[in-house]
Design a binder for this molecule. Structure first.
Ligand SMILES: [Ca+2]
Ligand SMILES: [Ca+2]
Length: 229
């Protein structure tokens, strides 16, 4: 029983990413749980403790809902033709793009999209990259995409490693998928340092907006849960 409670409180604590953690952040009873938890750790042998800590502190390295900005993602400025745009609500054109972001489901939420109106031309590409990830941990890349419009072209995801060439996409979605957010997951099993790159490709007309939201790169393989919203 205590183990479950302690684990739960530590999960909650480890979820407070990038916040400096102090006692005042804890609900009243959690300080007690923490004391028990530390005792519990003391009772473990070294190897078991290391394994346990590894499991419960497995970080979500990049978890971006675009509510505050691009997080650690950045635009590629060389080799593509345009940039992803951070936006709220509907895109500028009728019958293409999402109505709202995925995180909040309302007009206050932000997402990224490619605007395919003039002056964009067929085949123009916009690329977005993660920082270099240099450990060799298996990770699950998950994200939500929205591809709606009569001339939606392609969303590619690459795991670029070892050179500046993008290589073969690890995931490709083509054509309109309806006016809805859809979840995608991809396992990444790196053998060397890599960057994840999202690429939106413009189709034949302005009705080709492609949006992404809630990108996560979490530790461990994907749990294979798909969803729609
Ligand atoms: Ca969002
Ligand atoms: Ca660009």
């Amino acid at each position: 029983m205590w183990t479950v409670l302690l684990c739960l409180s530590v999960f909650a604590i480890s979820g407070m990413e990038s916040q400096s953690f102090t006692k005042r952040h804890l609900p009243p009873d959690s300080a007690k749980f923490l004391r028990y938890f530390l005792k519990y750790l003391e009772g473990m042998d070294g190897k078991r403790r290391d394994e346990f800590m590894k499991k419960i502190t497995a970080p979500i390295v990049y978890d971006c809902n675009f509510e505050q900005g691009l997080c650690k993602w950045s635009q590629i400025v060389k080799g593509d033709q345009f940039n992803w745009i951070r936006a709220q609500g509907s895109t500028a054109s009728f019958k293409t793009g999402p109505t709202n972001d995925h995180t909040t489901g309302n007009r206050t939420g932000w997402y990224l999209y490619i605007e395919t109106s003039y002056p964009r031309r067929p085949g123009d590409k916009a690329q977005l990259t993660s920082p270099l990830i240099s450990d060799k941990q298996t990770r699950c890349l998950s994200f939500w995409y929205h591809m709606y419009g009569t001339h939606v072209n392609t969303l590619n995801v690459y795991v670029m490693s070892g050179s500046s060439a993008l290589g073969t996409p690890v995931l490709t979605k083509k054509g309109t998928q309806g006016n809805q957010w859809i979840k995608a997951t991809v396992n990444i099993k790196p053998t060397r340092a890599y960057q994840v790159v999202f690429e939106g490709v413009r189709g034949a007309s302005y009705r080709g907006d492609i949006a992404i939201d809630d990108i996560r790169l979490s530790m461990g393989p994907c749990q294979n849960i798909r969803g729609r919203k």
